[in-house]
Design a protein. Structure first.
Length: 253
């Protein structure tokens, strides 16, 4: 039986190697050659880099669809049409953020600070306008600068997507929400779009290295709620908005 299972996993290994080799080769060799002229000559360098990253990851998922035909993607038009909003998502897999980037040309998000220390990749993240989760970047003048940049980005039609759980769920259940995302939305006076992600954890499970190519699966993204809080109202409360958001996700889950 272990031998049979070993041979069943060979396609998973091959697909995994192809996909991550494409992913890394793009970031280490192809995209830097395009990023440099795009960043220097484009009127908005960060926007140009975001669009290049979007195109790279759109190709990544096109390759995924080709190599893993048993996994289908169902992404509602309501999700694809989101703009000038803060997107709040549940978090199941490492695939979640790169899937969202593949959907939106103008995007920003908060990235784990350790990724900014990776040579080349970290520089690309910073120049693309992504925000480090490091303490010094989330407090004081640095955070004010980030908030002003986000406000301008949203006004120009971009989106900010955030996972308030902060890390991937291991069992599909929601972890406690970090309320920072709602503070950002309040500062930017931005609507909240609640997007529910399902199925990414079956294609690329947490704690595993290999893609799961042999099971039938559907990856689904749907808009489950839209909130436009009265941020300037006397009764506004970040805690109440966070609780309302969590309730909507719990009812969906």
């Amino acid at each position: 039986m272990p031998l049979v299972r070993f041979f069943q996993r060979i396609p998973d290994l091959l697909v995994t190697l192809i996909l991550w080799c494409y992913f890394l080769f793009g970031y280490l060799f192809i995209l830097p050659l395009l990023f440099i002229p795009a960043y220097i000559f484009a009127e908005n360098g960060a926007a140009a880099l975001q669009n290049l990253n979007h195109f790279h990851l759109k190709c990544f998922f096109a390759l995924t669809r080709f190599l893993v035909p048993r996994t289908t993607f169902k992404i509602s038009k309501d999700v694809r049409d989101i703009h000038s909003s803060v997107i709040v998502c549940n978090h199941l897999s490492y695939l979640d953020p790169i899937l969202l980037i593949s959907l939106f040309g103008r995007h920003r998000t908060i990235v784990k600070h350790t990724f900014f220390k990776v040579p080349i990749f970290g520089r690309l993240l910073k120049n693309s306008g992504y925000i480090s989760s490091g303490a010094r970047d989330m407090l004081g003048p640095a955070m004010i600068n980030n908030l002003e940049d986000i406000k301008k980005h949203l006004a120009e039609g971009g989106i900010l997507f955030v996972f308030p759980e902060g890390t991937r769920s291991r069992d599909g259940r929601l972890a406690p929400f970090n309320k920072g995302v709602f503070t950002i939305a309040r500062y930017c006076n931005a609507p909240l779009k609640l997007v529910f992600i399902n199925g990414t954890n079956r294609l690329f499970p947490p704690g595993h290295f290999l893609f799961n190519t042999h099971e039938f699966n559907e990856i689904k993204l749907e808009l489950i709620g839209s909130l436009e809080p009265d941020y300037k109202g006397n009764n506004f409360s970040i805690s109440s908005v966070a609780d309302e958001t969590r309730k909507i996700f719990e009812e969906k889950g």
